[in-house]
Design a protein around this ligand. Structure first.
Ligand code: AMP
Ligand code: MG
Length: 417
C-alpha cells in the first residue's frame, strides 16, 4: 500500500488547470509495491516492472525478405545483366550452406541467408533460363531484400522500457525473444462507491424522485479497462457518519478509494465532511468544463478521489485525474493524452481561462478531410452525448471560440483508457 501524507494534494491556486493536476499527481503518487511473473498470454495491458533487455538479437539470424535469388554483393551485375548458376535451394526453417563466388542460391522469404550472401533479387525481377541458370538485371543495391540479424532489436538493447503498459505488440516482442513469462506490476485494487439519496440500484425499487445509478457501472468499466481490480461497494447515502465509516473501512484494503457525487459545495454534499473526519481532503476546483469540482484526499495513507455526480463530468474528470492516478499507482510511465487534429464542423463559444471538452463524432468531409461534428446539446448529465459520439474535442484554456473549418484536437474514446 502506498502511504501518502495528508497534505500531498494541497494546491494553493484558485482554479487548477489539468496540467497542474497531472503534475501534482505525477509528483505525489508512488507506485504500489509488489510484482508477479505471468505467462505471456496474461500480460496484455499490464505494466512491465523492469526494462526488458533483449537476450537475443531480432531477427535472430540474417534472412531473406522475399522469394528470389541470393548472391554475394561482390558479384552484383554492373551495368549489364549477368547470369549465374543456381547451386543450392534454401527454404524457411532449413540451415543454409555457404555461398561461393559467382553463384546464386534459390531462397524463400524467412530462409537464412547463406554465409557470404548479402543481397536477394526478387523472383519477379529475374529470368530463369532453360538450362537452369538465372539472369539477374543490373541496378540492385548491395544488401537489398535482406534482413540482417539484430536490425530490429540489437542483442542486449532495451526491447521494452520499464513502466510500459503492454500492448499486443509488446507481448509479440517478448515471444519473439523466446520468453515465456514477464514480470509485471501488480494490478491496482480500487474500491468504488456511488453517493446520494437519489441514487438507486438498477432494477431495484425507486421512488418518483430517485434515479438508477449509472456512474458506478461506467467508472467500474473504465477502471477495468485500466486493468484495475474493482471492488464495487455499492451506494452510500447522504449521511456523513455512514460515509465516513464506509470510506475509512475501504481505505484499509485498497490502493484507491473512488466515489462519485456529493463533492460540490451544497449542504447535502457530505463526502467532503466525511473525508475530513477520517482523513484529509482538498477540493480541486478545476478549470475545466464539464467537471469542475474534484475532491482529492488521503485516508490513512490511501488516496481518495471524489468525482462529480454528473455523468459527463464524472467521465471527463476520470479520463484525466483518475487515469493519471491509476497509471502512477501502477508504476506505468505517463501516457499523455494527445489530441489529433481534425477540422471543426461547428461553431462554439467558450470562456477563456478554462479547458472545455466538446463531445463530437467524426465524419469525412466532401474533400476527404476528417471533420468533427459536435453533439447538438451540452448538458453534463446527458448520457446520450457520451453514448452517441466518437470522442471529445479539447479546447485550450486560451481559446474563446471555434469556427467551422478550424483545426481542433480530437481524442477518441479508446485513447482515454
Ligand atoms: P452531485 O455531484 O451529488 O451534486 O450530483 C450531480 C448530479 O449527478 C445530480 O443530478 C445527481 O443526481 C447526479 N448523480 C449523482 N450520482 C449519480 C450516479 N451515481 N449516477 C447517475 N447520476 C448521478
Ligand atoms: Mg448529491
Amino acid at each position: 500500500m502506498v502511504q501518502l501524507s495528508n497534505d500531498c494534494f494541497a494546491f494553493g491556486g484558485k482554479l487548477m488547470t489539468i496540467d497542474e493536476a497531472l503534475a501534482l499527481i505525477a509528483a505525489r503518487v508512488e507506485p504500489v509495491e509488489g510484482a508477479e511473473s505471468l505467462p505471456l498470454a496474461d500480460c496484455d495491458n499490464r505494466v512491465l516492472l523492469a526494462p526488458l533487455h533483449a537476450p537475443l538479437p531480432l531477427p535472430l539470424f540474417a534472412n531473406s525478405a522475399v522469394d528470389g535469388y541470393a548472391l554475394r554483393s561482390a558479384d552484383l551485375p554492373g551495368d549489364q545483366e549477368r547470369s549465374f548458376p543456381v547451386t543450392a535451394r534454401v527454404q524457411a526453417g532449413s540451415p543454409a550452406q555457404p555461398i561461393m563466388p559467382g553463384e546464386a542460391v534459390r531462397i524463400f522469404t524467412g530462409a537464412p541467408m547463406p554465409e557470404g550472401a548479402d543481397t536477394v533479387f526478387m523472383q519477379e525481377d529475374v529470368r530463369v533460363e532453360a538450362d537452369g541458370r538465372v539472369t539477374l538485371p543490373p541496378g540492385l543495391k548491395a544488401g537489398a531484400n535482406m534482413r540482417p540479424a539484430g536490425e530490429d532489436i540489437a542483442q542486449g538493447a532495451v526491447a521494452i522500457p520499464a513502466g510500459r503498459r503492454l500492448r499486443p505488440q509488446h507481448v509479440a516482442l517478448a515471444a519473439a525473444l523466446g520468453l515465456t513469462h514477464l514480470t509485471l506490476r501488480r494490478p491496482i485494487r480500487v474500491a468504488i462507491f456511488s453517493t446520494g439519496n437519489e441514487v438507486m440500484e438498477p432494477g431495484g425499487p425507486r421512488n418518483a424522485a430517485q434515479l438508477y445509478d449509472s456512474n458506478r457501472f461506467m467508472l467500474g468499466a473504465m477502471l477495468r479497462r485500466l486493468n484495475c481490480r474493482v471492488h464495487d461497494l455499492g451506494i452510500l447515502r447522504d449521511d456523513r457518519a455512514a460515509l465516513a465509516a464506509a470510506l475509512k473501512e475501504a481505505a484499509t484494503s485498497h490502493d484507491l478509494v473512488l466515489t462519485s457525487g456529493g463533492v460540490s459545495a451544497g449542504e447535502e454534499d457530505h463526502v467532503r465532511a466525511a473525508i475530513e473526519e477520517v482523513g484529509s481532503l482538498v477540493l480541486w476546483s478545476m478549470a475545466i468544463k464539464p467537471g469542475r469540482p474534484v475532491a482529492m484526499g488521503v485516508i490513512a495513507g490511501t488516496p481518495f478521489i471524489g468525482l462529480p455526480g454528473n455523468p459527463v463530468a464524472s467521465f471527463v474528470t476520470f479520463a484525466y485525474v483518475v487515469r493519471a492516478t491509476i497509471l502512477a499507482l501502477s508504476g506505468a510511465a505517463p501516457e499523455p493524452l494527445i489530441g489529433l487534429p481534425v477540422r471543426a464542423a461547428f461553431t462554439y463559444k467558450k470562456k477563456k481561462g478554462r479547458r472545455e471538452y466538446v463531445r463530437a463524432s467524426l465524419r469525412y468531409a466532401d474533400d476527404g478531410s476528417l471533420e468533427a461534428v459536435k453533439f447538438p446539446r451540452e448538458g453534463a448529465g446527458l448520457l446520450s452525448s457520451l453514448a452517441d459520439t466518437d470522442g471529445i474535442i479539447e479546447l485550450a484554456e486560451d481559446a474563446e471560440r471555434v469556427s467551422p473549418g478550424e483545426s481542433v484536437r480530437f481524442l477518441a474514446y479508446p485513447m482515454l483508457l
